[in-house]
Design a protein around this ligand. Structure first.
Ligand SMILES: Cc1ncc(COP(=O)(O)O)c(C=O)c1O
Length: 369
């Protein structure tokens, strides 16, 4: 059976490893295994001694406890370690949705959040993040209109890929109140949590505010470790957790043993890793602000409040055609907005990589020609 093309991943698969100047990555700068071990106070012997046996399906209990400690009040038994963050979206939607189930999903969105829900339920209403002067907004009154008495699931993602939107606390609280009133499940993708521009803006995790929230998080973005493929779900409801773990036996069975060891290291080094990513993003955003001020006629710049990416309006007939040509002819990679369900006059920029400055300089050179 076919499913809609995963446009974002297909685009990256085509260009990421052959394009010298990446301007649209969503992850943060990575580090080597040795650097990670040193930062965590471990050494190579710890990795070399790691047995390559099967691991526990739900994940190593000590690592689940370390993950649980990232939240206000999440017990380790509510944590399910994954084979990759992406797997968490698949498992959640498989375990929750039947054909016809009504879903409300925030748009634009990372492809799988929308496409898998559409594939399984075929009944998805879109709740748009809308442009407002200087940024983006989400209106709880719109959710109130979209949600139905039998809505099974609401899907959100904060900080948001691709806009960098982060709801103010009252909007977040209103959203949870609406979902709770209907008794719906809430899938909250928190892959970019920790990357708020102002740390004081960090929202509580939905896992700490709603008993029927399923929270997705992981180490790919905020910690800069996408190659680890380390992620987790927080699922408080025991029956849903069991159903989801049953689906997991059909995908990866259990987390990879070396990943569990290195994820444990990453959580030992949680604070310095997050600080490092936030520092890189802050420096790159300064360059971006200056760049967009110099090119104000060409771009519609809405600075992100959080996360590693921003959706930028572009004065061109087709952002898709523009991005393919830019990659091919100039070796500069931007992501066309339509990959993520945004319009074809927008592109995603990403600020998490140390190569951003050189890539931006190369792009500016192209613009001057
Ligand atoms: C919002 C969101 N959720 C989930 C994922 C999946 O993360 P991973 O690629 O580490 O599996 C991504 C990746 O870009 C993402 O942007």
């Amino acid at each position: 059976m076919d499913i809609r093309p995963f446009a974002t991943e297909q685009y990256f698969a085509r260009y990421e490893f052959i394009t010298p100047h990446i301007l649209c990555a969503s992850d943060c700068e990575t580090l080597t295994t040795g650097e990670l071990l040193r930062l965590a106070g471990l050494d190579a012997a710890d990795l070399l001694g790691q047995r390559l046996s099967y691991t526990e399906s739900q994940g190593d209990p000590a690592l689940r406890a370390a993950v649980a400690a990232l939240y206000e009040d999440v017990p380790p038994e509510a944590v399910v370690l994954l084979g990759a963050p992406e797997e968490g979206i698949y498992l959640t939607l498989r375990a929750l949705l039947e054909p016809g189930d009504h879903v409300v999903a925030l748009t634009p969105a990372y492809d799988s959040l929308l496409n898998l829900a559409e594939h399984i339920s075929g009944n998805v209403s879109h709740w748009p993040v809308r442009p407002v002067p200087g940024g983006w907004a989400l209106d709880p009154a719109e959710l109130e209109r979209l949600i139905q008495p039998d809505t099974r699931l609401v899907i959100v993602n904060f900080p948001h890929n691709p806009t960098g939107y982060l709801p103010p606390p009252d909007v977040f609280a209103a959203l949870i109140a609406i979902v709770r009133r209907r008794g719906a499940w809430l899938l909250c993708d928190e892959m970019y949590r920790g990357l708020e521009r102002d740390a004081g803006d960090r929202l509580p995790s939905a896992a700490d505010r709603y008993e029927r929230a399923i929270v997705l998080a992981g180490l790919s973005k905020t910690h800069g470790l996408p190659g680890l493929r380390a992620g987790w779900l927080v699922v408080r409801d025991p029956a849903l957790r069991a159903s989801l773990i049953n689906w997991k036996h059909y995908t990866t069975i259990c987390p990879p043993a070396p990943t569990e060891l290195l994820a444990t290291a990453a959580l030992l080094a949680h604070a310095p890793l997050v600080a490092r990513s936030r520092g890189i993003i802050a420096a790159n955003l300064q360059l971006a602000e200056a760049f967009f001020a110099r090119h104000a006629a060409r771009f519609d710049w809405r600075p992100p409040r959080a996360g590693s990416v921003a959706l930028v309006g572009l004065d061109t007939p087709s952002a898709t055609a523009y991005c393919h040509a830019l990659a091919r002819d100039a070796g500069v990679l931007l992501l066309p907005g339509p990959c993520l369900g945004a319009d074809d006059h927008s592109v995603r920029f990403g600020f998490g990589r140390v190569g951003f400055a050189a890539a931006l300089a190369q792009y500016e050179e192209v613009l001057s020609q």
